[in-house]
Design a protein around this ligand. Structure first.
Ligand SMILES: [Cu+2]
Length: 309
């Protein structure tokens, strides 16, 4: 972990970040909740900077190229609270509040990035369930957000929040929630051997460079064809980009939210058949990659599980 952290610090410094503290600097004042996973992450505690992050695109407004690294927030803590006990298969309401660890004041200065002020990824503990959703700002002055979300089954979920605040900068936080009941057997996370897969009406071929994947800079390219094998050239902009990529390591230590390079497409632009993402794998391991595209009003989510050596 220290090695990863050092690498990330180096990457972050190269990009002009200054948020790198000591790799072991942990918020010691913060009481750890009873439930830990095997990485010692407490319930409701956001990922700390020593847990790493990769490939976050901070160039939203400029439409610039994806930046290869970003620290997970050590200055902002997410508080994600169900308004009522969550029941599997039924819509529940979550309330989000983001506060400064230093002042405990709520953040209220969220900036629009990719057409939303707050992007949230909900992932089940076995990573078989994925949702990219956008809470509603329900009380701007108090910095309170709400999200209607149905969790398909009992068990633990991770909630990743991605936002930029004028005062606190770009942040990614992680919170854990548990839906009561007996969780179903975990779906094993298996590395894909087949690089062409079908999702809904789209056939997608993934081409990752370098291949096999290794740590460091990576180009992830998805080629999209329709049922008849014709290249798809009418992808529509979805939240200000032709594609959205969310990547997560199997140990939940490393994540990324990336977008294709280039200027943000105009609303009537068409994309495809290839979309490419630059990202960076800071450490070896198994990762799941969810890439989303919009065509004909339908969002298709592709997923691949890959090994990074
Ligand atoms: Cu989003």
């Amino acid at each position: 972990m220290r090695k990863t952290s050092t690498m990330l610090c180096a990457a972050a410094l190269a990009l002009g970040f200054s948020a790198c503290g000591q790799p072991d600097a942990s918020p010691a004042k913060e009481p750890l909740a009873a439930a830990h996973d095997h990485h010692g992450m407490a319930m409701g505690t956001p990922m700390r900077h020593d847990m790493g992050s990769m490939g976050h695109d901070m160039g939203h407004d400029m439409g610039s190229m994806a930046m290869p690294a970003m620290m997970l927030s050590e200055s902002v803590e997410a508080r994600v609270t169900p308004l009522a006990p969550l029941a599997a298969g039924q819509p529940g309401t979550l309330r989000f509040r983001f506060e400064s660890r230093a002042s405990r004041a709520a953040l209220t200065d969220f900036e629009v990035a990719h057409e939303r002020r707050l992007h949230v990824f909900v992932v089940s503990d076995d990573m078989s369930f994925f949702a990219h959703v956008h809470p509603t700002l329900s009380d701007a002055e108090a910095g309170l957000w709400t999200l209607e979300q149905t969790f398909p089954a009992p068990g633990r979920y991770q909630i990743y929040a991605d936002f930029k605040s004028t005062g606190a900068g770009a942040n990614v936080t992680r919170s854990d929630l548990v839906v009561a009941g007996t969780p179903p057997a975990a779906v094993p996370l298996t590395v894909d051997g087949e690089m062409t897969k079908t999702f809904g009406g789209l056939t997608v071929t993934a081409r990752f460079t370098p291949w096999p994947l290794t740590t460091g800079d990576t180009l992830l390219t998805y080629r999209v064809t329709d049922e008849s094998g014709q290249p798809v050239t009418d992808l529509a902009p979805y939240l200000g980009a032709f594609g959205h990529l969310f990547a997560l390591s199997s140990d939940k230590v490393t994540m990324a939210h990336a977008h294709p390079e280039g200027a943000a497409p105009t609303a009537d632009a068409h994309g495809g058949p290839e979309i490419s993402f630059h990202t960076r794998f800071p450490s070896a391991g198994t990762y799941k990659l969810w890439a989303q595209v919009l065509r004909g009003g339908i969002v298709t989510t592709t997923d691949w599980t890959v090994a990074v050596h």
